[in-house]
Design a protein around this ligand. Structure first.
Ligand code: NAD
Length: 480
């Protein structure tokens, strides 16, 4: 694999523990690969269990003082971090476009501006939150849970870090961040900013490394009070098993296989086009992507025609080209995974409407996948049950409204979904019967203040807004 030239390669050799950059204990490193060019563009240390333990010790030592620091001071620190991060917003967008492959224009809005703004948003939420309540002869207070480990994935790397570290610090918790090893550079940028503003030592710590080594050491550590985890259901299960030994709180944000129900009275053109766009957002590498499109049996042909045209309008290629709508998969492993799912769909008898497992024309290098649509998908097929995490949409025909709801809920996941109908009351009725944490009605836009999280094996946590702050608080009752 090619290595980027020295000035382009970000070679990190240190971890951030107890307010200091410390040389990594191991000389082993983890390569970060640009999925469009296949070049190594960064390296981070392969952390050790000992570094994880040192970070926990630092966070534990800092907790008493940080949790007693007045709220306005804590949120003041967040505002300082926000201001410095805002200065580096363009760099953040560029780095994520290089590491994840999302088109730069989208990265600027979704991966950089949004999460940077949310740091300040959490300061406001924490400032206005009610931490105490009188219930009869009791005073009920909400207090920080303690030492928090944040483990994050690569698909929205800064967004997922912000949704954890910012409310945790605002709540009065101290933090150890174990970011993704696939796209870790924005975690380094955030840590540089935190060091620059001079946050008290030990309040925020960063240990790079793999899940099985650093992630597991942190999840198992007896001095950690909570693990906030975003990633695959497989890794979330492992984290829960380890955390259970010391009865930690575990907040899980996991995978999905979300349905979009297009009812017979919906605006079909609008619903199908929006469905494709959301399924292909970030090249389909979005946990809440609506990857199962449920349509009335008698209107499947109409939906397929609209979906085909829309999918084929997506230009695949270099995320730095302004006309690109679909970047690569994040890694060669991910590309292979998606290809094998496409082949599986064909083997199991789904109709391939457009796309396929071959490398898209004109993109010989890079981990690209053709925008793909399947029709005549049955919900028991592998492509309807398993999270593919690529630009692959399954169109599933249904008999009637009850059948649509049954199919929508026939999954181990329950992260998100959509309902389309001209009759808003009907759409709401259907949405209430769907077992998932976020349902968009007729394309209702994403709301950063609304709770985000899963039912069933999509997890048990809620992030963003005041709900995201509450995750890091626990209750105490004092009787008088
Ligand atoms: P992943 O589970 O492979 O990795 C996520 C994080 O967990 C990484 O930091 C990784 O190093 C760590 N990890 C891996 N194994 C571990 C272990 N045994 N112990 C402790 N930590 C471990 O997931 P990914 O490939 O980075 O991300 C994609 C997945 O994340 C998808 O399933 C997606 O749906 C999910 N996701 C969910 C949400 C949500 O909010 N629900 C958001 C984004 C992504």
């Amino acid at each position: 694999m090619a290595v980027a030239s020295q000035e382009k390669l970000r070679a990190y050799t240190q971890q951030y523990i107890n307010g200091e950059w410390a040389d990594a204990e191991s000389s082993e490193t983890l390569d970060v690969v640009n999925p469009s060019t296949e070049e190594v563009i960064a390296r981070v240390p392969q952390g050790t269990a000992d570094e994880a333990n040192r970070a926990v010790a630092a966070a534990k030592a800092a907790f008493d003082s940080w949790s007693q620091t007045p709220l306005a001071e804590r949120t003041g620190w967040l505002r300082k971090i926000h201001a410095k991060m805002a200065e580096r917003q363009e760099e953040i967008a560029t780095v994520i476009s290089q590491e994840v492959g999302m088109p730069l224009g989208l990265c600027r809005i979704v991966q950089a501006a949004g999460p940077v703004k949310e740091i300040e948003g959490f300061a406001d939420i924490a400032d206005n939150f009610t931490y105490e309540e009188k219930i009869g002869n009791s005073l009920v207070v909400k207090e920080p849970i303690g030492v928090v480990v944040c483990i994050t994935p690569w698909n929205f790397p800064l967004n997922q870090i912000v949704a954890k570290f910012a409310p945790a610090l605002a709540a009065g918790c101290t933090v150890i961040l174990k970011p993704t090893e696939v796209a870790p550079t924005t975690a380094m940028i955030l840590t540089e900013v935190i060091h620059e503003v001079g946050l008290p030592k030990g309040v925020f710590n960063l240990v790079n490394g793999t899940g099985p080594v650093v992630g597991e050491a942190l999840a198992a550590h007896p001095d950690v009070d909570m693990v906030s985890f975003t990633g695959s259901t497989r890794a979330g299960r492992r984290v829960s098993e380890l955390a259970a030994q010391t009865i930690k709180r575990v907040s899980l944000e996991l995978g999905g296989k979300s349905p979009s129900i297009i009812l017979d009275d919906a605006d079909f053109a609008k619903a199908v086009k929006a469905g494709i766009s959301f399924a292909y957002f970030n090249s389909g590498q979005t946990c809440s992507a609506h990857t199962r499109m449920l349509v009335p049996k008698e209107r499947q042909a109409e939906a397929v025609a609209i979906a085909k045209a829309k999918a084929e309008s997506f230009k695949v290629g270099d995320p730095f080209d302004e006309t690109t709508r679909l970047g690569p998969m994040v890694s060669s492993v991910q590309q292979e995974r998606v290809r094998s799912y496409i082949k599986k769909g064909q083997e199991e008898g789904a109709t391939l409407v457009t796309g396929g497992a071959e490398q898209p024309e004109g993109n010989e290098k890079g981990y690209f996948i053709k925008p793909t649509v399947f029709a005549d998908v049955r919900n028991d097929m592998t492509i309807a049950q398993e999270e593919i995490f690529g630009p692959v949409l399954s169109i599933i025909p249904f008999e009637d409204e009850d059948d649509a709801i049954r199919i929508a809920n026939d999954t181990v996941y329950g992260l998100a979904g959509a309902v389309w109908s001209q009759d808003e009351e009907r759409a709401k009725r259907v949405a209430r019967r769907m077992r998932a944490g976020q349902i968009d009605i007729n394309g209702g836009p994403y709301n950063i203040e609304a709770p985000f999280g899963g039912y069933k094996q999509s997890g048990n946590g809620r992030e963003h807004g005041k709900y995201g702050l509450e995750e890091f608080l626990q209750l105490k009752a004092m009787q008088f």
